[in-house]
Structure formats: C-alpha cells, structure tokens
Write a protein that binds this ligand. Sequence first.
Ligand SMILES: *Cc1c(COP(=O)(O)O)cnc(C)c1O
Length: 416
Amino acid sequence: MERELIYMDNSATTAVYPEVLEEMLPYFNEEYGNASTLYRLGVNAKKALNKAREQVATLINADPSEITFTSGGTESDNFAIKGIALKEYKNRTEENPRNHIITSSIEHPAVLETCRFLEKYGYEVTYLPVDETGIISLEDLENAIKDSTILISIMHSNNEIGTIQPTKEIGRIAHEHGILFHSDAVQSVGKIPVDVVDQNIDILSLSGHKINGPKGIGAIYIKKGVQIETFIHGGGQEDGVRSGTENIPGIVGLGKAAQIAYENLDEHAKHDQEIRDALIEGVTSQIKDSYVNGSIEHRLPNNVHFRFSGIEGESLILKLDDEKIDGATGSACSTHDLKGSHVLAALGIKPALSHGSLRLSIGQENNIEDVDYIVKSIKKVVDYLREISPLWDNKNDEYIGDRFEKPLDDEDLDRY
Ligand SMILES: *Cc1c(COP(=O)(O)O)cnc(C)c1O
C-alpha cells in the first residue's frame, strides 16, 4: 500500500478543518447576503459576522468591538504599522518628528518590508538584534526608545524557528514609555495562550489559514481607545476601520477555526509538543552533526527546526517529498532568494549551514506513530546528500565546509 503524505508544513499553511468548511458553505450560495443590507439575507450575514467577531475576540481575550476583519496576516501587519505611522504624521512637531519605530531583525517580511517602505518616507526604524536562540534583549529595547518612538512591533513568536518573545515584558516597557505595542501573533494564536490584556498588547495581527481556517482572511485587534489611521477607504464597513464588502464565508470560517482553537488549545498543544519532542530526540540522537535552531525552552509546541551540516535544504526538501514527507527549509518565504534565511543569519548561523536546515511544523493530523518513519527518512536522505556533498568528508565522516566558508559579511548581516 502506498504511504499517505505526511504534511509537516503547518506554519506555511494548514488544511481547512471539515467543520470549518461545513460552516462556511451556506454563505457562498443560500446565505449570500451583503451584511450592509436590511432585509433578511443581509441580517443573516450580519449575524454571522458578529458571531465570528465574538469567536475571534474570545480566542485572544478581546472585546468583539476591538476586532476588525482583514484579508490576512500581511494586511493586518501593514495596517498596524502604516496606520500608526500615518496617525502620528499629523502629530509631528518641530521638536519631535514622531517618526521612530522599533522592531526586530527576525520579523516576518510583512513587518520588515512595511518598515523598509516607511523608511523611504522619512520614518526611522531600529531593527533589534536577537540572541542565538532568537530572543530580543529587553535592555536593548529600553535603550532603543527615544522621544520620537511611536510604535514597538515585535512578533509574538517566529514563523521559522518558533521562538516565543517575552511579549508581556515588551508591552510593559512600551507602556511605561507611553508607546504603543503591536505584535504579529499569526504563529502564536491557537498554539499557545495569547491574551491581549495580560500580555499588554495594543494591536495584534492574526490570520485564518495558519489555524486551519481559510486563506485570504485575517483580523486585526485594536485596543479600545487606540487611535489609528485607516488605509483602505470606501463604503465604511467594519465601523469605518476597513472598507470593502465583508468576506462573509471567509469570516465565518475564521470564526469557527478560532472557536476550535480556543476550545482545544491545551489538548492540541500537548499533542504537537509530544511529536515535536520525539522528533528532536530521534533526529539529534541518530543523525551526526544535527542541531536544533532557536530556543528549546521558549518555543512553539508545533515547531521544530533542524540544521544539518554539509547539505543543502532544497535537495533535502525534494528528497523528503519522495519519502512522502512535506517540510520547509531555511528560506520558507523566499524560495526565489538564494541567500540564507534572514532569521538564521540573525542567530549568527553562517549561510552555508543555514542552507542545510529543515522546519517541520506539526498539525493535528500528524501522528506520534509516524515519528520513527520520519526520523529514519530524514537520516536516509541526510546520509545520501552528505555522500554526494563536497562539504562532507566521507572517509572521516565529518563536515569540512569550514575550510571553504567565508565569514558572514556586512551584506548578510545588513539585509534586515
Ligand atoms: C503567515 C504569516 C504572515 C502572513 O499572513 P498571511 O495571512 O499569509 O498574509 C504574517 N506573519 C507571520 C508570522 C506569518 O507566519
């Protein structure tokens, strides 16, 4: 019998849960109303919209009025950062340009590229470094704050290496200085407790397709009282915060996915973590020169990120695909970019080594019974790739890439 695909790229995207799809389906045809209209169809759409808003709010301990639906995590990140930058544009004075943003060097491109964009328009951005496990220093954060700082945007957890930031302390520091705190929590929601009140978060981004909801839908949480400029203008939907006829099927799907995530948070995390820890144990004990990138302690339960010296990630992914295992390599979001991952570079990992990395991100359909097969397959593929690699000495069974390696140059480090 042919083996079924083992999908372990749930940080890239997830399958829509059957219950989520079922909930969405009527809103494509029977209940196709526009939520802004007054007859029954429209009222039904409005009711569905409100229910989903409550489900999303509950997941992050917000009030439903603080949730606005967007087209996904990317739009929410853009909204948060550009929205605050534009709002503060009006508050500039001769003495205080109110144009400084603090973020980290390992953010998702949706944050980094938005910051880069704003730099072209006179905003100043500090990209905080991280330690070798991917965590920012609170002291660095304090030191980076200036009178002109308007926003601190630090991700809740990292999409590549799964490192969880000390969000609560970051928020506390932001608030001590009267600065707003935005967190990209796309990878955290549904995986670990995300509580906007307890964790001092003013603005938060989340996305549907990372939590077994549909693609092209997300939400932004904006704390009551936070002034932000809208950047999608039109018919005034979503309380005027984000115009455009609401994507009701998508919103209903996101709501249902949020409800499932909320009700099963502990159980899902336990399931994922068991598989994660078995993979770490199996791989690091059976494969020579294999390492785990990121933090072991402050890590998402569903993320494991390995590094194997002497091999190249793209070949690893393709060979694993032959074994019916889908994972990701160091450059998950930029397969067009031959440079190593900006996240691994920020951890101080040299490009040649970061290329030999493998992210496995776990979902509910993965089974602990498959771990043995997965570890064996990875070992088989790594052994094969090392055998044909010029960076591996087969006679002595060791990595010799250091002989060819040039140190990280400024260009590598300055990418973000
Ligand atoms: C996937 C992801 C995004 C982008 O979300 P989309 O809904 O795909 O636009 C943003 N930030 C992080 C951390 C992500 O993992």
